[in-house]
Write a protein that binds this ligand. Structure first.
Ligand SMILES: NC(=O)C1=CN([C@@H]2O[C@H](COP(=O)(O)OP(=O)(O)OC[C@H]3O[C@@H](n4cnc5c(N)ncnc54)[C@H](O)[C@@H]3O)[C@@H](O)[C@H]2O)C=CC1
Ligand SMILES: O=C([O-])CC(=O)C(=O)O
Length: 341
């Protein structure tokens, strides 16, 4: 039995375990925690955040395998100091002092499931983690990835309200993967490099609530009705496409880690005070009559500082918006009721 095996075995028996901290002081930068860091998204996300020069301290928390992932990531010769935290008794240490908390904790879909089918398990996980955030880092910006995002964000908001720490600017549901997919699929149709394409995706993060605004693509372009139908459907079903291809082995993890880092980096640049950082996210909103909605937001020193209106929609998008709102309303209510019941 090697040293690592002994240490991991001991760690799994000893909830007080804390991976040894490097004897180096953290450089200036942001302190970031990933909750669910040993998972399919969590691991590549941890690796990419360790590569981010804006991060000085990276806390990796999970209920399993946190020591192994931490040992592995900590050998990367990049700036951030990495610390691992295993299990509920170490949640508070993982969260204390954090500027940004990214949450990919929870179960993923299998073929045939909707994101809402994850509610029963993931709602409780998100509730517990957000209670920890309210207690230990109430001023942190939260990037919530765990599905169903349309319900988990309202759950988080209710937990923070109950604790008296709710700041709507600091709670952001991550819908970046929808934008990443939309950029990729639209670029394919237009014959462009996806890095040159920007597609706003609004609404929420499930099925028809994912509403790409193809009339607002940059660079300006137009689509035939067939292209619009194909692209809208492909973007809405992007998650299911991956779930089916993985055939029971989970959902999008690598593209999600990429999208999560793209979004987290935008949040950190906003916190640093960079101007003009605009990304789509599912946030508290007055853009429609619903209390939460995904749209473009300006990220700044305190989080989502400005939520932008949708801009002019075409008839196809107006119809899509009505469908999206109907489903979103029920998902939001389900999340709110989970805490208020
Ligand atoms: N917002 C989005 O665009 C996307 C969201 N997701 C969602 O992200 C979530 C995670 O997906 P994967 O990483 O593929 O799943 P996974 O099962 O590979 O990893 C989840 C991790 O969460 C951990 N975990 C479970 N309960 C926990 C708790 N109470 N505290 C801390 N960690 C806990 C597990 O131990 C595991 O390591 C799923 O809910 C999935 O649906 C996935 C892709 C895109
Ligand atoms: O589809 C899923 O279950 C995971 C997800 O949210 C996505 O890939 O967009």
């Amino acid at each position: 039995m090697g040293f690592c095996t002994i240490l991991c075995f001991w760690a799994s028996k000893n909830q007080e375990f804390r991976w040894p901290i490097a004897g180096r002081k953290a450089a200036p930068g942001f302190k970031v925690a990933i909750l669910g860091a040993a998972g399919g998204i969590g691991q590549p996300l941890a690796m990419l955040m360790k590569m981010n020069p804006l991060v000085s301290v990276l806390h990796l928390y999970d209920v399993v395998n946190a020591p192994g992932v931490t040992a592995d990531i900590s050998h990367m010769d990049t700036g951030a100091v990495v610390r691992g935290f295993l299990g509920q008794p170490q949640l508070e240490s993982a969260l204390t002092g954090m500027d940004l908390v990214i949450i990919p904790a929870g179960v993923p879909r299998k073929p045939g499931m909707t994101r809402d089918d994850l509610f029963n398990i993931n709602a409780g996980i998100v509730k517990t983690l957000c209670e920890g955030i309210a207690k230990c880092c109430p001023n942190a910006v939260v990037n919530l990835i765990s599905n169903p995002v349309n319900s988990t964000v309202p759950i988080a908001a209710e937990v923070f309200k109950k604790a008296g720490t709710y700041d709507p600017k600091k709670l952001l549901g991550v819908t970046m993967l929808d934008v990443v997919r939309a950029n990729t699929f639209v670029a394919e149709v237009l014959g462009l490099d996806p890095r040159e394409v920007n597609v706003p995706v609004v609404g929420g993060h499930a099925g028809v609530t994912i509403l790409p605004l193809l009339s607002q693509v940059k660079p300006a372009c137009s689509f035939t009705p067939e292209e619009t139908e194909y692209l809208t459907k492909r973007i809405q079903d992007g998650g299911t496409e991956v779930v089916q291809a993985k055939a029971g082995a989970g959902s999008a993890t690598l593209s999600m880690a990429y999208a999560a880092v793209k979004f987290a980096d935008a949040c950190l640049r906003g916190l640093r005070g960079d101007a003009g950082i605009v990304e789509c996210a599912f946030v508290a909103s007055q853009v429609t009559e619903l209390p939460f909605f995904a749209s473009k937001v300006r990220l700044g020193r305190v989080g989502a500082e400005e939520v932008y209106q949708l801009g002019p929609l075409n008839e196809y998008e107006r119809v899509g918006l009505e469908k999206a709102k109907k489903e979103l309303e029920a998902s939001i209510q389900k999340g709110v009721s989970f805490i208020r019941k």
